[in-house]
Design a protein around this ligand. Structure first.
Ligand code: F6P
Length: 323
């Protein structure tokens, strides 16, 4: 393998740039050429790519977003899109790919390999932490810190007004962001898609707080929570419990931005190096991850299809500590 293509795809995640830097510099260290493909699979189809040098990735380790830009490509899901992408890769002499993204990216890479002879190794980059085969994904640590800081700020105003807040955090259909930011922010309750929401139980928790003269309450709601988003849950609670003045706050895309934390930068650096070395070792269709401190390789089908279980003990801790 002489030329490696690298791209970022799907939702951006803080730490993607740090991972890109690691991929580029590791490839160069091993005397390989690196081509940066812009806008993920979209750029592959449009031939939007050029060579990267060590200098191209200077001064990006600390920046959020992705300097290569990203996209969620519909065209790549078609036969025609994949054929054009493959022709463009061959034109640039690319014989291996490093994909920085989440499950949509790895599903795309898997389908691509079924049709064309090109190896891909994936680096898990998503704030959602919803991939099997790594303890943490790149971007998750930054996102939970951003969400927690937002919760802290909301607590200040909630407390001043004696209000009940429902704070909705991201995570698509996973509750990882809600769980950790909720515990870190001292939330009175945390609602996640992985468990059934019991509105009466939630009300009883809030009532207990009210009786103890709690001056504020915060319920963290994961966006994929099955009783509905924060607005729906707030409405259902208010029907039976309206002691507090209630507000809803949707944190939204602010959770995807910002400078990556040190944890994310280090994880991205480790996984970027591991991905290039895996590719050079002849591995393909695998995602690199860190499990219990060691680098592990998980086939794309497993990384994307096996649901990572939420830590039920953390949920229990959250409930104990909110009483
Ligand atoms: O996968 C990351 C994520 O931020 C999810 O938490 C969220 O559901 C989704 O992306 C939002 O995607 P978009 O930016 O395309 O609206």
């Amino acid at each position: 393998m002489e030329t490696i293509g690298v791209f970022t795809s799907g939702g951006d995640a803080p730490g993607m740039n740090a991972a890109l830097r690691a991929v580029v510099r590791t490839a160069i260290y091993h005397n390989k050429k690196v081509i940066g493909i812009r806008r993920g699979f979209e750029g592959m189809i449009d031939g939007d790519m050029n060579e990267l040098t060590s200098h191209s990735v200077s001064n990006i380790i600390q920046r959020g977003g992705t300097v290569l830009k990203t996209a969620r490509s519909k065209r790549f899901l078609t036969e025609e899109g994949m054929n054009t992408a493959f022709e463009n890769l061959k034109k640039h002499g690319i014989d291996g790919l490093v994909a920085l993204g989440g499950d949509g990216t790895f599903r795309g890479a898997f389908e691509f390999r079924m049709r064309h002879n090109i190896s891909t190794v994936g680096v898990p980059c998503t704030i959602d932490n919803d991939l099997y085969g790594t303890d943490f994904t790149i971007g998750y640590d930054t996102a939970i810190n951003t969400a927690m800081e937002a919760i802290d700020k909301i607590r200040d105003t909630a407390d001043s007004h004696n209000r009940l807040f429902f704070v909705e955090v991201m995570g698509r259909d996973a509750g990882f962001i809600a769980l950790r930011s909720g515990i870190g922010g001292g939330a009175e309750a945390i609602l996640v898609p992985e468990t059934e929401t019991n509105i009466s139980h939630l009300i009883s928790i809030l009532e207990k707080g009210w009786k103890r003269n709690k001056s504020s309450s915060i319920v963290v709601v994961a966006e994929g929570e099955e009783a509905g988003g924060a607005y729906d849950v707030a409405r259902q609670v208010k029907e039976h419990f309206d002691f507090y003045d209630t507000r809803v706050s949707i944190l939204g895309h602010m959770q995807r931005g910002g400078n990556p934390t040190c944890m994310d930068r280090v994880l991205a650096s480790r996984l970027g190096v591991a991905a290039v070395e895996a590719l050079l070792d002849g591995k393909e269709n695998v995602m690199v991850g860190v499990i219990h401190r060691d680098i592990e390789y998980t086939p794309f089908e497993k990384a994307t299809k096996h649901n990572l279980d939420i830590n039920m003990n953390l949920l229990r801790i959250a409930e104990i500590l909110s009483t």
